[in-house]
Design a protein around this ligand. Structure first.
Ligand code: ADP
Ligand code: MG
Length: 698
C-alpha cells in the first residue's frame, strides 16, 4: 500500500501541480490572483484551463463542473463533458479559460428567496481561484461562487468571502496602529469537528422516517443507552474501523486534512476532525467531507446520518467550529503573546470577539437555525440556545482585574497592577474545557459549538467574521483619532469588559438556573426555535451591520430570511406527512395484527380451560385498543394541522403555526405510537427499533 504522503492531494490541482504544469509566467500571474485577488486576464485563464484539463484527463476525468453551494445547504454541480467533435469524426478534449472562469447554470431550480422573481432566472457561477480544483467521480470540480444576473449572491460562498474581506480590512487597521507594517493579509482559519451516526443500511431501508427525513420520528429508548459512557473514545468496531480507513483515504486524496477520529458519547456516534485551514477552504472541505462520508458509508453497507437529532433521548450531533484569526506572517492573533506588548494586542482582539458575540448573539443563533438543530439547542442539550462565552477562570480573573483597576497576582510576577504596558504573561491553559459552553475560548481559538452537524459552516463564519470586523472597526475609528494611544487602548479595553461582561459565563450551560439568570438578570436572548430567531435577521441593527460591511445587500438578507424559514417549513411538513403515513399504514396495522392474535390466544385458552379469565390478554387488548384509537385520532389531527397551513399566508406565519400547532401534534402522535411499541411483541413491530439501529453495527 502506498504511503499517505504519496497520494495525499493526488486529486487536487494544488500549488505543486500548478508549479509543475504551468509556465513560470502563468503561474506567477495565477498566484497573484490567488493571494492578492488580482484580476486574471483571459490569456492566463486559457493556459490554466488547458493545464487543468490535461491533468484531469490524465487522471481519468471526462467531465468538468462548476461546483457551488446554493442556499439549500448541499453542493450543486452540473456536468459538462470535455468532448468536442473533431473534423475526422473523432473527439478532442477541450476546456477554455472562459469555461473555467464563468458558467451559466439554469438557476431556476435553486432557492433564491424571491431574489430571482425580480431579476432573471439565469444564474452565474464564477471561479473562486482561492480554493483548489479537484477531481471527484471522474469530474473536474471547479469551486465557484454562484450569483444572479445583477451580482446578487445566490450562494453561501460569496458572502463568506466578503466577510473574510471585511475582517481583513479592519484587522489590518488595528495591526497598523500597533506599528505592524509588514502584514499584508489577515485571514480567519477554521477547523470543524464533524459528528455523525452510522447505522446499518438494511435497517435504514426499512425505516421511511430515516429515508425521507434523516431522523427517527418514532421509537423508544433502548434499555441500554449512553448512560454507561462506554462508547466515548471506546474501541472502534471493525466495520466502523474499515469505514473510517477508507474515508480517510478518500479525503486525503482530495487534500482534506482529516486528522482525528473517535467514538462520541452516544452509541453509534462518531467524530471526524480535520486540521484547520483558511475558512473558505475549510468550508469547501467540510461540504466535500459530508458528501464523501455518505458515499463511503454506502460501500460498507452503512448509512451515515448527519442529522442533528436522529434519535430522541440520545445525544444529538453538532459541528464544533474552531475559529481563529491569523496573519499571513503566521501569527495567531488570538494567541496570548510572550511580551506585554503582544499581550495588549491579544487583549484587544479578545475584546473584539467578546463585544461581537454580545452585540450579535441573535445573528449567531440565526446562523445555525434549522429545524434539525432546534432539537439540540433549546432542548436541554448541548449547547443551549442562549449564547455565552467561556473564557476559563484565569482569563476571566485577569479581565476582572482590568475592569476594576485592581491588582492581579500572577505566578510569574507576583502582584501587579495591570495596564497596557504591564500585563501578565497569560498561561495558555487549554485543559480547562467547558463542554457546555456555546462559544468557548480554548487557548488560542474560539470553539463555536452551536453549528448543526448537517449544516454548512459558511453561515456561522459569515456572522462571526462580520461581527468581529465591526468591533475592530469601532476600535480602529477610536484609536486612529486618539491623542494618547495607550491611554485610549486601556480605557477601551476596560469599557468593553464593563459593557459586555454579561456574555461571559464559565459555569454549566445546561443548568436551568443559568438559562433563568441569562434571560432574567443578564438580558441575554433565548431563541429556542428557528421561527423565534430568524425574523431578527431583518432587525435594523443587523441589516446595518451586514450591509455596511458589504457582506449582504438588503435584498440578499430578505432572501436568506425567506429561504431559511421556507426550509424550516418544508422540513417539518415532510416529517409530519411521513408520520401520518407511517402511523396509518405501518404502525396501526401492526398493532391490530398483534391485538387479533392476542384475542385469538385468549379465545383458545378459554376453549381449553373453561372459565379462564385471560386477564393478561384482556388488559393488553384493552390498552392497545385505546392506543389504536388514539393513534388514529392523533394522525387525523396532525393531518388537519398540516392542511391548515395552506391558509397561513406568509412564511413567518406558516413557520409560527408549525412551531405552535404542528410540532405539538407530532409529539402527541409519537407519544401514542411509542407507547404502543412498548406493549407490542417485537416480531409484529414493522421496522427496526432504536436498539436495533444503535447497536446493530459491529
Ligand atoms: P479538541 O480537544 O477539541 O479535539 P483539538 O486541538 O484537537 O481540540 O482541535 C480541534 C479542532 O480545532 C481541530 O480541527 C483543529 O485543527 C482545530 N484548531 C486547532 N487550532 C486551531 C486554530 N488556531 N484555529 C482554528 N482551528 C484550530
Ligand atoms: Mg473540540
Amino acid at each position: 500500500m502506498a504511503a499517505v504522503s504519496e497520494y495525499f492531494g493526488s486529486l487536487v490541482f494544488d500549488d505543486r501541480v500548478m508549479k509543475a504544469n504551468l509556465s513560470a509566467e502563468v503561474y506567477q500571474s495565477l498566484k497573484r490572483t490567488i493571494d492578492e485577488g488580482a484580476k486574471l486576464n483571459i490569456g492566463v485563464a486559457n493556459a490554466v484551463a488547458s493545464a487543468m484539463k490535461d491533468w484531469a484527463v490524465a487522471l481519468g476525468a471526462t467531465h468538468f463542473t462548476h461546483w457551488f453551494q446554493p442556499l439549500t445547504g448541499v453542493t450543486a454541480e452540473k456536468h459538462d463533458s470535455f468532448i468536442s467533435p473533431a473534423p475526422d469524426g473523432r473527439v478532442i478534449m477541450e476546456f477554455s479559460g472562459k469555461e473555467l472562469i464563468q458558467g451559466e447554470p439554469d438557476a431556476s431550480s435553486f432557492p433564491s428567496g424571491g431574489l430571482r422573481a425580480t431579476f432573471e432566472a439565469r444564474g452565474y457561477t464564477a471561479w473562486d481561484p482561492t480554493s483548489y480544483a479537484f477531481i471527484k467521480d471522474r469530474t473536474l470540480c471547479i469551486p465557484t461562487a454562484f450569483c444572479g444576473y445583477n451580482g446578487e449572491a445566490l450562494d453561501k460562498k460569496t458572502p463568506l468571502l466578503r466577510s473574510m474581506a471585511a475582517l481583513n480590512q479592519q484587522a489590518l487597521r488595528i495591526l497598523r496602529l500597533f506599528g505592524n507594517d509588514t502584514v499584508k493579509h489577515v485571514n480567519t482559519a477554521v477547523g470543524p469537528e464533524q459528528e455523525y451516526f452510522l447505522v446499518d443500511a438494511k435497517m435504514w431501508e426499512q425505516r421511511r422516517d430515516l429515508r425521507f427525513t434523516g431522523r427517527t420520528l418514532f421509537g423508544t429508548k433502548p434499555p441500554k443507552g449512553q448512560e454507561m459512557d462506554d462508547h466515548y473514545f471506546g474501541a472502534i468496531k471493525p466495520r466502523v474501523a474499515a469505514y473510517m480507513e477508507e474515508l480517510n483515504d478518500e479525503l486525503w486524496k482530495l487534500g482534506i486534512l482529516a486528522k482525528t477520529q473517535h467514538n462520541e458519547v452516544a452509541p453509534a456516534q462518531h467524530e471526524l476532525a480535520p486540521i484547520y485551514t483558511t475558512t473558505n477552504i475549510s468550508t469547501d472541505h467540510n461540504q466535500l467531507t459530508m458528501e464523501i462520508m455518505q458515499k463511503v458509508a454506502a460501500r460498507h453497507g452503512l448509512v451515515c446520518l448527519l442529522h442533528e437529532k436522529p434519535f430522541v433521548g440520545v445525544n444529538g450531533s453538532g459541528k464544533h467550529n474552531n475559529w481563529s484569526i491569523a496573519t499571513d506572517t503566521g501569527v495567531n492573533l488570538l494567541s496570548p503573546g510572550e511580551t506585554p506588548y503582544e499581550n495588549a494586542q491579544f487583549l484587544l482582539f479578545l475584546c473584539a470577539v467578546i463585544k461581537a458575540v454580545d452585540d450579535y448573539q441573535d445573528l449567531l443563533r440565526i446562523s445555525v437555525a434549522t429545524a434539525g438543530n432546534d432539537h439540540r439547542l433549546g432542548a436541554n442539550e448541548a449547547p443551549p440556545a442562549v449564547v455565552s462565552i467561556f473564557l476559563g477562570d484565569e482569563l476571566a480573573a485577569i479581565l476582572g482585574c482590568i475592569e476594576h483597576d485592581a491588582p492581579y497576582t500572577s505566578i510569574d510576577t507576583g502582584k501587579v497592577r495591570l495596564g497596557v504596558d504591564v500585563l501578565p504573561k497569560f498561561p495558555r491553559d487549554t485543559t480547562d474545557r467547558n463542554r457546555t459552553s456555546p462559544f468557548a475560548f480554548t487557548g488560542n481559538k474560539f470553539e463555536f459549538r452551536m453549528v448543526g452537524s448537517a449544516d454548512s459552516i459558511a453561515c456561522a463564519n459569515i456572522m462571526i467574521n462580520t461581527a468581529v470586523a465591526e468591533s475592530l472597526r469601532v476600535y480602529a475609528d477610536r484609536l486612529e483619532g486618539a491623542e494618547d494611544f495607550e491611554a485610549a487602548l486601556q480605557s477601551m479595553i476596560r469599557k468593553t469588559i464593563q459593557d459586555h461582561k454579561r456574555i461571559i459565563f464559565n459555569g454549566n450551560g445546561y443548568d436551568d438556573a443559568w438559562i433563568k439568570e441569562a434571560v432574567e438578570q443578564r438580558g441575554l436572548a433565548n431563541y429556542r426555535t428557528t421561527p423565534d430567531c430568524v425574523p431578527h435577521l431583518l432587525d435594523e441593527k443587523n441589516v446595518q451591520l451586514l450591509t455596511s460591511h458589504k457582506v449582504f445587500t438588503k435584498a440578499e438578507l430578505v432572501s436568506r430570511y425567506e429561504v431559511t424559514l421556507e426550509n424550516y417549513c418544508k422540513t417539518i411538513r415532510i416529517e409530519a406527512d411521513t408520520m401520518v403515513d407511517m402511523a396509518r399504514t405501518e404502525i396501526i396495522p401492526a398493532v391490530q395484527a398483534f391485538i387479533l392474535d392476542t384475542a385469538k390466544t385468549a379465545a383458545a385458552k378459554k376453549k381449553l380451560i373453561a372459565g379462564c379469565p385471560c386477564e393478561y390478554e384482556v388488559k393488553l387488548v384493552k390498552q392497545l385498543a385505546i392506543l389504536t384509537d388514539q393513534m388514529a385520532a392523533k394522525a387525523d389531527e396532525l393531518e388537519q394541522a398540516v392542511l391548515a397551513l395552506a391558509g397561513a399566508g406568509d412564511v413567518a406565519k406558516e413557520s409560527a403555526a408549525i412551531r405552535d400547532v404542528v410540532l405539538p401534534r407530532m409529539s402527541e402522535l409519537r407519544l401514542a405510537c411509542d407507547e404502543a411499541e412498548t406493549l407490542t411483541a417485537k416480531k409484529y413491530w414493522p421496522f427496526p427499533t432504536y436498539g436495533d439501529l444503535l447497536f446493530g453495527v459491529r
